[in-house]
Design a protein around this ligand. Structure first.
Ligand code: XLS
Ligand code: NI
Ligand code: NI
Length: 437
């Protein structure tokens, strides 16, 4: 047990009537919903970066979160204290998984060798902690955006030395992810984009990104890593124009590399909204293209134009995405990772618990509503009905590969086809949806 969270006990399910703020009101890990337990459906993960590494900086202010492992001192010792605290937290909050960037768990050294030594040291300790607590790794990823060497991109950098450097870093991070039994490996571009076309060779940068994906997939097979490789879309921030802007742009990159069977998507709520879409759009798009891998669950702030990465707290923001995810059979290798951070004024250890409890409860509550929505089938009935003619004569005729434009126009003229507009009934459907919330 860590000193930092010593006053907090294991969080238990106490039901909606409980007054205890350190208890689950809806997340009951063993409760069966849609044929599986909540624990099996969500595969919740706590993220190492926002929860243990971020010190509460904003563009105008310094650290507010003064955790014991953020003090001045030997960085490797600090990483050990952080590891202790993190596993104590995971164990008490009961997310069965966690996620990390290489730089969250161990400090970068002065040379590549030193960095690798630091990582190996922590990974060894982590392996033991995972065995003791039965905690699992949902995914690992490499931080290829914080260091100044990456200021002009990682695999899309104008300098091939940077490409070679990030390739080495990712290789190492894939090795440790495999060693720790990681179930997926994530690539979030960070700075895989550009600031101005004035100094940018877009074609070369995109070719290099595609080459990078090829190398990563090739290495995955070489080491026998069974997990999925996931690309995480994000439109801006830090870079103005990102090549991995949204699900559609990521799929374009994946298809350019011919890797649609190998690389899937890690969809984040706040990234979806920043790209001008909503969460359900990105989820439905990924599902329609057989590309849904995993989820970074959080929320943005409609009044702020950046990635606030707040914890989700409103079923209305989630239900349509959940409807698509769970009527499609749910996530398989993926999970729901809380890529979310508390506000910088939430400085107490309890605040980290309140944030995760609230988020797990809101997901559980939404899942229960989703089960009803799926089982009562009202939405699906409306959609089936709306598209039903596609499964009749005309629809079949159009889909038939021997049909061509001439045959279609001949049919229209002969049968005097003259389509009549039909209501989309959006308001009716919105009212129906509200019944479930
Ligand atoms: C940042 C991203 C990042 C990835 C992992 O906005 O969400 O946290 O999930 O690199
Ligand atoms: Ni993310
Ligand atoms: Ni984010």
């Amino acid at each position: 047990m860590s000193e930092y969270f010593k006053d907090i006990n294991h969080i238990k399910f106490e039901g909606p009537e409980s007054e205890n703020p350190l208890s689950f009101k809806f997340y009951n890990e063993d409760q069966v919903v849609l044929g599986k337990t909540m624990k099996e459906h969500f595969r919740f993960a706590t993220c190492y970066w926002h929860t243990f590494t971020w010190p509460g900086l904003d563009p105008f202010g310094g650290p507010t979160l003064e955790r014991p492992w953020m003090q001045v001192g030997d960085p490797l010792k600090m990483a050990e204290i952080k590891l202790d605290a993190a596993f104590d937290f995971f164990n008490k909050i009961k997310t069965p998984f966690f996620c990390f960037h290489d730089r969250d768990i161990a400090p970068e050294g002065n040379t590549y060798k030193e960095t690798k030594k630091n990582l190996d040291h922590i990974v060894e300790l982590m392996e033991k902690k995972m065995e003791e607590t039965k905690m699992k790794l949902l995914w690992g990823t490499a931080n290829a955006f914080s260091h100044k060497r990456y200021m002009s991109g990682a695999s899309t950098n104008p300098d091939p030395e940077v490409f070679a450097f990030v390739a080495t870093q990712v290789k190492n991070c894939m090795d440790i992810t495999k060693r720790l039994g990681g179930e997926n490996y994530v690539l979030w571009g960070g700075r895989e984009g550009y600031e101005t076309i004035l100094n940018t060779n877009m074609k070369l940068e995109m070719d290099n990104l595609s080459r990078f994906l090829e190398l990563v997939v090739d290495y995955k097979h070489k080491i026998g890593f069974k997990g999925l490789i996931l690309l995480e879309p994000k439109p801006h921030e830090p870079t103005k124009h990102q090549y991995d802007f949204d699900a559609a742009s990521c799929l374009a990159l994946i298809r350019k590399a011919g890797l649609e069977k190998e690389v899937k998507l890690n969809i984040e709520v706040n990234h979806a909204t920043l790209s001008g879409h909503n969460f359900e759009h990105e989820i439905a798009y990924a599902i329609a293209n057989n590309a849904l891998g995993s989820i970074d669950i959080n929320r943005g702030d409609t009044m702020l134009g950046w990635d606030t990465d707040q914890f989700p707290n409103n079923p209305a923001d989630l239900i349509l995405a959940f409807y698509h995810i769970f009527s499609n059979g749910g996530l398989k290798n993926g999970g729901f990772n809380f890529d979310a951070k508390i506000r910088r004024q939430s400085i107490d250890p309890e605040d980290l618990f309140y944030a995760h409890i609230g988020a797990m409860d809101v997901c559980a509550k939404t899942l229960i509503a989703t089960e009803k929505l799926i089982n009562e089938g009202i939405l699906s009935k409306h959609i089936d009905e709306r598209y039903s003619n596609w499964y009749k004569d005309l629809g079949n005729f159009i889909h038939d590969k021997s049909t061509n434009l001439e045959k279609i126009s001949q049919l229209v003229v002969e049968n005097k086809i003259n389509p009549k507009p039909k209501s989309g009934q959006q308001e009716l459907l919105e009212n129906i949806l509200n019944k479930y919330l």
